[in-house]
Design a protein around this ligand. Structure first.
Ligand SMILES: C[S@@+](CC[C@H](N)C(=O)[O-])C[C@H]1O[C@@H](n2cnc3c(N)ncnc32)[C@H](O)[C@@H]1O
Length: 297
């Protein structure tokens, strides 16, 4: 057997130990548990043992940037530099999203929120509509909502219609604010809404998707940690909180659903992610479709 083959065999038979020895930064059990506790206490994010390598990989970038050599020192840094908490949470949040993800929610929004709004008397002068995308990530969800409302409500610029898009992660909010995405990002956008997602080249750069200005201007982006108090005065016609609670434990999820319920107008809607189920029956919410709930009066 050649030397390289012998080494390969040795590596695979002691994979776990080798992985630990070969790590660029020392990362102990205490480091993992203490960082996981911080993510849970601050953002509600649950990091099971199976996420250990993910935590190491995502936070290693911070250690390199800060020129810190061990996770023990990074923990000390976090404890003494309050601002690092933002980068810590940004690194650990999972932000996967796409335009018109779970398309049936947008059909429902169109038929049950946008269309009734256009039929209500005097909607242009008095009708207030508020939608909240809670955990909006890089913006694909609120821009999909905005495209639906824009297409259906022909005089929307004269109406009091706004979409609030919030996330804890400031990096994704910055990307959402730019409103520019990879050229293939709009591939799954239904044909009826394609015109709001223009694929074009800017300067010498490759083609990108640019969000139409009329859609952009319906959105207000804000940083908000869902676990902290919410600064809202009015109620929402609909709340989207999809693929966010999946990272929370049952107690956090139940408390959040209770707060969402109080924040929705009677008759308004709560949309949650396809793999999320509300634990038990919730007072004030009625299941009306796949992952769609209605606030009962
Ligand atoms: C997987 S993305 C979901 C994006 C979009 N809602 C969707 O379904 O496509 C989850 C988002 O929840 C955000 N998030 C996680 N914990 C949060 C918290 N405590 N407060 C606010 N946002 C949070 C993350 O930053 C991330 O952008």
């Amino acid at each position: 057997m050649s030397t390289s083959n012998r080494n390969a065999v040795r590596r695979s038979s002691t994979e776990i130990a080798v992985n630990d020895v070969m790590r660029e930064f020392a990362f102990s059990d205490v480091d993992f548990r203490s960082l996981a506790k911080l993510a849970h206490d601050h953002a509600g994010i649950v990091l099971q043992e199976s996420k250990r390598n993910m935590v190491y990989g995502r936070l290693s970038r911070r250690l390199r940037v800060l020129q810190i050599n061990t996770f023990r020192d990074y923990r000390k840094y976090l404890a003494t530099h309050e601002r690092e908490l933002e980068s810590f949470i940004n690194s650990l949040s999972t932000n996967h999203t796409k335009f018109f993800r779970e398309a049936h929610h947008f059909d429902h929004l169109c038929g049950n929120v946008a269309v009734p709004y256009t039929k209500a008397d005097g909607h242009a002068t008095s009708g207030r509509m508020r939608i909240w995308s809670a955990g909006c990530s890089t913006g694909e969800e609120p821009y999909s909502i905005a495209a639906v409302l824009n297409r259906e409500i022909s005089d929307i610029e004269r109406c009091d219609v706004r979409i609030l898009a919030t996330d804890i992660d400031t990096d994704v909010l910055a990307k959402a604010a730019r409103g520019v995405y990879a050229a293939n990002a709009a591939d799954d956008v239904p044909a009826a809404y394609r015109s709001f997602f223009e694929v074009r080249k800017s300067n010498e750069c490759a083609a990108h998707v640019f969000i139409d200005h009329d859609v952009l201007k319906l959105i207000t982006l804000r940083q908000l940690n869902l676990l902290r108090p919410w600064p809202f005065k009015g109620l929402f016609d609909a709340i989207f909180c999809r693929n966010v609670m999946i990272y929370f434990d049952d107690a956090t999820k139940a408390a959040l659903v209770e707060r969402f319920t109080q924040q929705i107008k009677p008759g308004g809607w709560l949309y949650i992610g396809h793999s999320e189920s509300l634990i038990g029956a919730h007072r004030g919410l009625e299941l009306v479709g796949s992952t769609i709930y209605r606030r009962v009066a």
